[in-house]
Write a protein that binds this ligand. Sequence first.
Ligand SMILES: Nc1ncnc2c1ncn2[C@@H]1O[C@H](COP(=O)(O)OP(=O)(O)OP(=O)(O)O)[C@@H](O)[C@H]1O
Length: 266
Amino acid sequence: MDPAQPALEVDDVHHTYGRKAALKGVSFSIEPGRFTALLGPNGAGKTTLFALLTRLLALQSGSIRIEGTDIRAGSAALAPLGLVFQQPTLDLDLSVRQNLTYFAALRGIGRRDARARIEAELTRLEMAERAKESVRALNGGHRRRVELARALLHNPSILLLDEPTVGLDVESRAKICQHVHALARERGLAVLWSTHLIDEVWPDDDLIVLGGGEILAKGVARDIVQSTGAADLAGAFTRLTGAASATAPTVDAALERASRKSAGGA
Ligand SMILES: Nc1ncnc2c1ncn2[C@@H]1O[C@H](COP(=O)(O)OP(=O)(O)OP(=O)(O)O)[C@@H](O)[C@H]1O
């Protein structure tokens, strides 16, 4: 990969569900070695964006390039991605190691190689001693760690996580968040972490603030706070998303109500 090339480039992406505009011309890029937080309130368009990045949804307009390759070129373009979705997808009746071994086989990783990588990732996540336990016996935070280990098995260069801390307690959230920050820093991964929780964003992170399907700010988190004149990120977030929620979502909600009424004949 060309070192000057962004890991992921999103250019003028729009997406609509019927008459509902979920993304309205979104453009940004993320870089190797950087933790990029995609911060937005519920309904901002984060999950829609992730579904487009992973080709779960077809791109309607604009372009997405992964290490320079347009994702419309085919599923091979997604090879550099490691993914953690919002909803857990582990098999509860299999052990931690079985879950990971199964995934490694799907990815075409040989048995011996898989065993070594599984041990390495579980050790890093302080989960090696739980390898034989069934996933059902783990708490939410530990299940998330297993999902993170799984996302890293094929050695991706880009890690996408859609609200990975939903439903976790404060301590588990902090642990996963710290671990992923370290992955960006120490392994040079390009990370895109979506969240609606400001305490998951660190001052040196790259930050994209999304609201009402539009990018309201992007840059280093500390600089965004400064440019809004707020005292901290919480203040900056309120100023930025407060402005958006007073306009676009209100119009969208009215359109949604109108289309529901006409569909129901009311
Ligand atoms: N399948 C769908 N049909 C119609 N509207 C949808 C659909 N999926 C999402 N939306 C709408 O598109 C907008 C963006 O939703 P999206 O789920 O991408 O936001 P989000 O930032 O991920 O929010 P959340 O954190 O609640 O998941 C919202 O207004 C939502 O109601």
